[in-house]
Design a protein around this ligand. Structure first.
Ligand SMILES: *Cc1c(COP(=O)(O)O)cnc(C)c1O
Length: 390
């Protein structure tokens, strides 16, 4: 008999009932150190007092009014995102896939509005992940996720991540934009090689394309900057973000420049729930914490420590770990042993992690992680690695 909840996930048999900072407590009382963070979502850990305060205060006042009216919190959150990024304007939605969908629409509309209706295709990279809607699946082009769902949505071409020559060669008269993750999350933590984003920017400028970043996973502080592309200092025209923006409350955003948004006028796009008062109250509180002086410096220090610990671990257990990957706290290890079994064993030992492509195990601690908790996680990793070598 089919389960009451459609069985689309390969779920681990554990239910959590409570969270506290970087720890989760299961219904059987067992405590886990959470280096999954709901897949890079709970960036401030669980039950952060500022977020609880913001959500409960808003819950007493107003939950939803719709985008038929002004929504007070949207102005403030948008202005803060704009003040700390390349962007001039923000569309709010509820998820990463929706943010990427909006980005795709912005890119196509820009070309149509500027006299190039023939330009509608986006070039994306193999190994990428952009969400599970029909357009975002086609954008990523992952056969495994597309199979059985009919012809992929038209308008997407694919090249290898990190290869500028391939990208340049793929541009046609129909190309509207380039879509990339500065650090591939689900795909296995491939990081844009130095100069890659600048090269993409140059290609976009040469051919009149928009540069679109998917920072749904790499954004909102995960790499030690508000957005990962800041490390290269190469601004996009459009950026999708979501995951950590609400610290666990569903909210996404598509950031755009004024130039890119030329066609996004009244009636061109919408969302019933997008940017509702609860989401905005929480996102504003997330920004309060992340934009406070010293926050990103702390993330960088934590990432540095984790990086050194992981390098040592990889060096010590070459039969278990092949290499460390990623950037900042969007990090992990490529395994020699099967990553799914590694994730299972780590969980049984009390550490939650996330698998990724290319046999990688992602380590995505909350950004508030402390030194002793990194040591605790590495201790568990080492204990499990030893099981394989003994
Ligand atoms: C998670 C993710 C998405 C999809 O986000 P959802 O909220 O699951 O729709 C899109 N792009 C990237 C890079 C992601 O990591």
């Amino acid at each position: 008999m089919i389960p009451a909840v459609l069985p689309t996930y390969a779920r681990a048999d554990v239910t959590f009932e409570r969270g506290e900072g970087p720890y989760l407590f299961a219904t059987d009382g067992k405590r886990y150190l959470d280096f999954a963070s709901g897949v890079a979502v709970t960036a401030l850990g669980h039950c952060h007092p500022r977020l609880i305060e913001a959500l409960t205060a808003q819950a007493q006042k107003l939950w939803h009014s719709s985008n038929l009216f002004q929504v007070a919190g949207q102005q403030k959150v948008a202005q803060r995102l704009i003040a700390h990024s390349f962007a001039d304007s923000v569309f709010f939605c509820n998820s990463g896939a929706e943010a990427v969908e909006c980005a795709i629409k912005v890119a196509r509309k820009y070309q149509a509005e500027t006299g190039h209706a023939e330009k509608y295709r986006l070039i994306a990279c193999t190994g990428s992940f952009h969400g599970r809607t029909l357009a975002t699946l086609a954008a990523a082009g992952n056969e495994k996720y597309l199979r059985g769902f009919g012809p992929p949505a038209p308008g997407f071409d694919h090249v290898a991540f990190g290869n500028l020559n391939e990208m340049r060669a793929k541009v046609t008269k129909e190309t509207a934009a380039i879509l990339v993750e500065p650090v591939q999350g689900e795909g296995g933590l491939a990081t844009a090689p130095e100069g890659y984003l600048a090269g993409l920017r140059a290609i976009c400028d040469e051919f009149g394309l928009l540069l679109v970043y998917d920072e749904v996973q790499s954004g909102m502080g995960r790499t030690g900057r508000l957005f990962a592309h800041e490390w290269e200092g190469v601004a996009p025209d459009v950026l999708a973000t979501a995951k950590a923006l609400g610290g666990g409350f569903p909210v996404g955003a598509c950031l755009v420049t004024e130039r890119a948004a030329v066609g996004m006028t009244a009636g061109s796009h919408g969302s019933t729930f997008g940017g509702n008062p609860l989401a905005m109250a929480v996102a504003d509180a997330v920004l309060d914490v992340m934009l406070a002086p010293g926050f990103f410096a702390r993330v960088e220090r934590a990432a540095d420590l984790l990086r050194r610990r992981l390098d040592a671990l990889v060096a010590e257990y070459p039969k278990v770990f092949a290499e460390r990957r990623g950037k900042g706290l969007l990090t992990g290890v490529k395994c020699v042993v099967p990553n799914t079994e590694m994730v299972d064993r780590l969980r049984k030992a009390g550490l939650l992690t996330v698998g990724a492509g290319e046999n990688v195990v992602r380590l995505l601690p909350p950004l508030i992680i402390e030194e002793r908790q990194i040591d605790e996680a590495v201790g568990i990793l080492e204990g499990v690695a030893r099981q394989w070598t003994s």
